[in-house]
Design a binder for this molecule. Structure first.
Ligand code: NAD
Length: 352
């Protein structure tokens, strides 16, 4: 595989992890050749770590795109800044690996999708939670057919972010904070477990006077998937009781012949009721280790794609469906209606 040159956009909280934890695992396959951040402090901290010369550190996006010779860019800026980065990447025909969500509005997510399709570049979105050993194994159990067909799914995220800035200050300021910054992972996971796309969604997002958020920080939704599976999502950033925070979310899949459950202890269990005796058996499932976990899995898949390999599962074509579910959820709540997600995607893709 030829070494790929990467223009890295963003040097903040999550980008620090990319630069110091994820990308070093791929030192033989890609190299960060330039770095951009509008804030000089993180730019120089991460620039020093990478050993980048001053000439390869930028506070100006346009200059960075104009002056950098790269094969692709990695976008790890806040969601509202994704569109500008993507449009500059498209103008240079640079492939894109970017953090979720595609954007912070459906209008921008669709504009990004169309820009990418118009120039025919490769664009992959990070959905790292699909590829942790626990959820990777959960999905394998469902796909193995051992418990028969999937009936319905429950998903729960509950984190105690009652202190302002405990979830990064910007998330306490933006509208739809839970859905845009968190829920997109969970709605994507429910799609991933269902092995389908959301066609309809209904429910509510809301805020309460005592929360530390300005935007909506609670959610309760029901999704109908194209294959008939129904999925329920409960989410809160004001979790005052049992915690199901990041990497410890609760998921339960009710199947024809039993249930698969995971809770905050991260043990994956099958619970099966004997139809004749009524006896319950609980079995802990040994975890299957994917070749790469979390972000690393998606980075590996993207680099393979750039070298002529298969399209990753979370390429923008698929990921648009998770973002559609997210923005349909916002619409469902504000209008008090069931939203036709399939029609939303069709309209976006059809005019592409
Ligand atoms: N996949 C995950 O598990 C995960 C976890 C956390 C964050 N994220 C995602 O990562 C992205 C960044 O989040 P974060 O927590 O790192 O935010 P952050 O605020 O910590 O860092 C963002 C950085 O982007 C810089 N920036 C803002 N606008 C810019 C622009 N126009 N050009 C260049 N730089 C710009 C900021 O100065 C800051 O340093 C978001 O899309 C978020 O949803 C993903």
């Amino acid at each position: 595989m030829k070494m790929k040159r990467c223009l890295m956009i963003g040097a903040g909280g999550m980008a620090r992890g990319w630069i110091r934890t994820f990308y070093p695992n791929f030192a033989e396959r890609c190299q960060i050749v330039a770095l951009v951040d509008i804030a000089p402090k993180p730019l120089n901290e991460q620039g020093d770590f990478l050993g980048l010369p001053k000439s390869a550190r930028y506070t100006d996006l346009k200059k960075a795109f104009a002056q950098t010779e790269a094969d692709y860019c990695t976008i790890v800026t806040p969601p509202w800044a994704h569109r500008e980065c993507v449009e500059l990447a498209c103008a240079r025909r640079l492939h894109i690996l970017m953090e979720k969500p595609i954007a912070d509005t459906w209008q921008d997510a669709v504009a990004i999708y169309r820009a990418v399709k118009k120039v025919g570049i490769k664009c992959t979105i990070i959905q790292n939670y699909r590829y942790n050993a626990t959820m990777y194994t959960f999905r394998q159990v469902l796909r193995s057919g051992r418990l028969g067909q999937l009936n319905y799914l429950m998903g729960r995220f509950a984190a105690d972010y009652r202190k302002y800035a405990s979830w990064g200050a910007f998330r306490h300021e933006i509208p739809h904070s839970l859905l845009v910054e968190g829920g997109v992972h969970h709605l994507d996971m429910l799609r991933n477990l269902a092995g389908s796309r959301c066609v309809q969604i209904s429910g509510w997002e809301w805020n309460r006077p005592w929360s530390s958020f300005k935007g909506e920080s609670n959610a309760s939704y029901v999704m109908k998937m194209a294959n008939g599976v129904v999925a329920h999502y409960e989410g809160t950033c004001s979790g005052t009781g049992h915690q199901n925070s990041w990497h410890r979310e609760y998921y339960r899949a009710v199947c024809e012949k039993g249930e698969v459950v995971i809770d905050s202890d991260n043990a994956l269990r099958l619970v099966i009721r004997d139809n004749a005796t009524g006896a319950l058996t609980t079995e802990e499932v040994p975890l299957v280790q994917p070749p790469f976990q979390g972000h690393n899995y998606v980075i590996d898949a993207h680099l393979k794609w750039l070298s002529g390999g298969p399209k990753p599962e979370t390429a923008i074509d698929d990921n648009l469906h998770s973002n559609a579910a997210l923005f349909a959820a916002i619409q469902a709540s504000s209008n008090g209606v069931v939203v036709d997600v399939r029609a939303m995607v069709k309209k976006a893709v059809g005019r592409g």
